[in-house]
Design a protein around this ligand. Structure first.
Ligand SMILES: Nc1ncnc2c1ncn2[C@@H]1O[C@H](COP(=O)(O)OP(=O)(O)O)[C@@H](O)[C@H]1O
Ligand SMILES: [Mg+2]
Length: 363
């Protein structure tokens, strides 16, 4: 029996993508084929640069096995990365270049939200994605300190355009660039809204796969304004294992649900401490709170990050651990977390039926 386009499609509709956990046809991973006798070249579109290498091989193996079982001889799988995203509806089209906005949130301050946002952004970039980082914590911007001196400082271009800074290869904007340290600014709701409008609409972000937003802790004006101004592809909630922090996270989740920001899951930071001298693992703040909480509120547990002096040092010295010690277990953990988060976002996007963006209503 000869192989045809239709046959290839039918076979691949039964193959499950190992990273997205859905079939290749309905989730638009399969992107066409070329047939030469019994030889088949299969084009696949991976929905994120953070698609793990091991799973890329597994995907190719599954495709080869399925097609060979259906009579194909040589099967070649050619992957390209096409970052999955949903075009913004016309009433939320302020942000031009970035494909996906990822919000990093927490119920309260000091749990490591900025640390997670920064290292997650850098990990996505290390996977090969084009990444921006928006410090939306206007009340306590810490991203400039965490990233140290920029490769390129922020600037302006033409009329009213802001050029983002570049740090370790990612584009960055923070209110900390424009306000002197120690200068107290009282941000009221309408000011926050206007500032975010500028940071989203007037910054030349360019084409980005991901714009990571470091939100202020809790639930307030920034969260509300962002959800009104742009579509947010997903959010992660950072928590520490103690109960107090967990109560705040529950409040945060409830607000996000109200303003329709999808919650991808929970990250437990400062999860445990492994003594660098003896290897003993100490669960300083107890352990497993994040996992329990995720179960209780019915969301995913995305991963845990240990307490590590190098994380704190990296944050203070301006060289985050993902850059300073790329091969460390902690950095590997951030790389994995970036994959998990990007794949979850992609699965949400690809699971929805493809439709064209809503047409603007002409008034
Ligand atoms: N896993 C960790 N191990 C060690 N220090 C950490 C860790 N996560 C955060 N820190 C440190 O804790 C402090 C607070 O973290 P930060 O990211 O600024 O919190 P938040 O943004 O939630 O207020 C910083 O000094 C940071 O370097
Ligand atoms: Mg912070």
């Amino acid at each position: 029996m000869s192989i045809t386009d239709a046959k290839v499609r039918d076979v691949l509709a039964t193959v499950i993508d190992p990273a997205i956990n859905a079939d290749l046809v309905s989730h638009r991973i399969y992107a066409g084929c070329e047939i030469d006798g019994a030889d088949v070249l299969v084009k696949v579109e991976l929905p994120t640069h953070a698609y793990p290498q091991a799973l890329r091989r597994e995907l190719a193996t599954r495709i080869e096995a399925a097609l060979q079982a259906a009579g194909a001889r040589r099967v070649t799988v050619v992957p390209t990365v096409v970052t999955a995203h949903t075009p913004a509806p016309s009433d939320k089209a302020l942000l031009k270049g970035p494909k996906n906005v990822l919000a990093v949130a927490a119920g309260k301050g000091g749990v490591g939200k900025s640390t997670v946002a920064t290292n997650l952004a850098l990990a996505l970039a290390r996977h090969g994605a084009k990444v921006g980082l928006l410090d939306a914590d206007v009340f306590g911007p810490s991203i400039p300190t965490m990233l140290g001196p920029p490769e390129r400082p922020p600037g302006t271009a033409g009329e009213n355009k802001i050029v983002p800074a570049v740090h370790h290869g990612i584009k960055v904007i923070s209110v900390g660039f424009f306000v002197d340290k120690g200068e107290a600014v009282v941000w009221r709701g309408p000011m926050v809204h206007r500032l975010l409008q500028q940071f989203l609409g007037d910054v030349e972000w360019g084409d980005l796969d991901y714009l990571v937003c470091d939100l202020p802790p809790g639930t307030g004006d920034v969260q509300l304004s962002l959800s009104q101004l742009i579509p947010i592809a997903g959010s992660v909630m950072v928590t520490t294992p103690q109960e107090v922090s967990i109560v705040d996270v529950v409040k945060g989740i409830a607000m996000f649900e109200k303003v329709e920001i999808p919650i991808l899951g929970i990250v437990e930071n400062m999860s445990h401490y492994t003594c660098p001298a003896c290897g003993h693992r100490d669960e300083i703040f107890s352990h497993g709170g994040g996992k329990r909480l995720a179960q209780e509120v019915g969301t995913a547990f995305l991963g845990e990050i240990p307490i590590d002096t190098r994380i704190r040092f990296g944050g203070d010295a301006g060289v985050p651990i993902v850059i300073a010690s790329p091969d460390s277990a902690v950095s590997q953990g951030f790389m994995q977390l970036a994959s998990t988060v990007a794949l979850k976002m992609a699965a949400t996007v690809l699971g929805k039926p493809k439709k064209s963006p809503r047409l603007a209503v002409i008034k």
